[in-house]
Design a protein around this ligand. Structure first.
Ligand SMILES: Cc1cc2nc3c(=O)[nH]c(=O)nc-3n(C[C@H](O)[C@H](O)[C@H](O)COP(=O)(O)OP(=O)(O)OC[C@H]3O[C@@H](n4cnc5c(N)ncnc54)[C@H](O)[C@@H]3O)c2cc1C
Length: 432
């Protein structure tokens, strides 16, 4: 394995942790009682905690690692009103009315993210720079165009197509067959967003404990007993906000999620003229590959962060995933051949069988999960909606509070994903 492209001081932890290091929460025993116990301290858990604490509930957030250890401090920081299935495909699957409801929900999720950041005055480099999606195959350009036309017609969304001859205004490569620009998307610093949210949650009176794994949740009449870090917490309500990191805690949720890794690398600082050439406008960038890539500049505009799915296996060593992503990066931008990689890391996302995010209440426990890799806005939104549901507010209503499907015999071990990822990778390589 060639690893000569790594810098001498390469780190196999997220680039975001430089500006927003993970901070151990003060060690403390969990209190005996809480109105609401929340398992997981990512965007879902914290967004729920903020809403519940502001509604006067005594909230306890329990995190098995340091707060924000999961995907919420590892992601690409891309936000938008997008769902995993295109609007056009969704119309084919669910009909226009339901597809529109889902996409309006995604738009509302984006508005929620923007309002949380603005209202809470969270400094996290939130920038609506728009997104360019490159067409990997010639036919993808037409598909993107058809989807955009439908979104414009039925949802009033803004965007335009970019023919191949003009794409260098958006990205410094001829690799794509043109692409689509959507104006409502953008980038933020995911670590700083998490840190800001955590500070607001604590200021609102909630307790957030780190290194306190929840090992069991049992019913106790109308309430629950939560076993966490050697303590037993009596909670009137419980929210499980563990997304791709849930493990065996909830067999019900485990049967409904497909945990998968996504990986990112960051380059060393690059000369300003090279950055301006490769990433004019510092947009959110991506492609239509079946194993799609997502990339962007760092908030200071000096580095490229390049993410995607690096091969079939979940990696234990981000050294190897970095190799895969680096090759792809250089294929897109040959100018980066001599550039060093300073960070390579991975994290878990959670897919669902219907490719939709979900919130649910099962056996009295509240759940929100399955953002299919687009949780920056959606986790913030469904965390809040879950809290509103827990306090009985009519504002909890949203299109993602629907039956969360599983498959017969599925127990949470996605053995089938290896072959599927291999097949998709082959399709991408052969431009099929
Ligand atoms: C590499 C990568 C890139 C991504 N890029 C993007 C992107 O650009 N845009 C986008 O919108 N989304 C992106 N995502 C997805 C997004 O980050 C997630 O959807 C979102 O952060 C999920 O938030 P969450 O709070 O539900 O889960 P998480 O942030 O994963 O938090 C779950 C937490 O639960 C804790 N936990 C689990 N079990 C227990 C237990 N038993 N007891 C206590 N604590 C427990 C975990 O330690 C973890 O901290 C990306 C994800 C990854 C991994």
């Amino acid at each position: 394995m060639d690893i000569s492209f790594y810098s001498e001081d390469v780190k196999f932890t997220p680039y975001w942790w430089e500006a927003a290091p993970r901070v151990a929460a003060p060690e403390a025993l969990a209190p005996e009682r809480a109105d609401v116990a929340i398992v997981g301290s990512g965007y879902t858990g914290l967004s729920a905690a903020l809403t519940l604490a502001r509604a006067g509930r005594h909230v306890l957030v329990l995190e098995k690692d340091d707060p924000g250890f999961g995907a919420s401090s590892r992601n690409g920081g891309a936000f938008g009103a997008n769902l995993r299935i295109s609007f056009a495909s969704m119309i084919g699957k669910f009909g226009l009315e339901q597809a529109s409801a889902y996409y309006r929900g995604a738009r509302e999720a984006l508005a929620t993210l923007a309002s949380v950041i603005t209202d809470e005055k969270i400094e996290c480099n939130f920038a609506r720079v728009g997104r360019f999606t490159g067409a990997h195959r010639p036919g993808d350009y037409e598909s993107l165009e058809r989807d955009l036309d439908l979104q414009r017609k039925h949802l009033g969304f803004e965007g335009h197509m970019v023919p191949r001859a003009e794409q260098r205004r958006f990205i410094g490569t001829d690799h794509y067959h043109g692409g689509r620009f959507t104006a409502w998307d953008g980038n933020l610093h995911p670590g700083l967003y998490h840190t800001g949210l955590l500070e607001r949650v604590r200021a609102a009176g909630a307790t957030v404990l780190g290194r306190t794994a929840v090992t069991a949740i049992a019913r106790d009449g109308d309430s629950f007993v939560v076993a966490a870090g050697g303590s037993k917490v009596h909670a009137k309500q419980v929210v499980v906000a563990t997304n791709g990191y849930g493990g065996d805690l909830s067999p019900w949720l485990k049967r409904r999620l497909i945990p998968l890794q996504s990986q990112i690398i960051a380059t060393e600082p690059l000369p300003p003229d090279l950055m301006a050439k490769l990433m004019p406008g510092a947009r959110q960038l991506g492609d239509t590959c079946k194993l799609h890539h997502y990339y962007r500049t760092s908030p200071d505009g000096r580095r490229i962060l390049f993410g995607g799915r690096a091969g079939q296996r979940e990696v234990n060593d981000p050294r190897s995933s970095g190799t895969h992503l680096y090759k792809r990066l250089v294929a897109l931008f040959p100018e980066l051949r001599e550039v060093r990689i300073t960070h390579s890391w991975a994290g878990f996302i959670a897919y669902t069988f219907d490719h939709l995010p979900h919130m649910a209440q099962q056996d009295g426990i509240y759940y929100a999960a399955g953002y299919c890799g687009s949780g920056v806005a959606m986790a913030t939104y469904l965390g809040r909606k879950t809290a509103l549901k827990a306090i009985g507010s009519p504002d909890a209503a949203n299109p993602f509070d629907t039956a969360h499907p599983t498959r017969p015999l599925y127990t949470g071990r996605p053995w089938f994903m290896g072959p599927i990822i291999w097949y998709k990778g082959m399709q991408d390589a052969l431009h099929l």
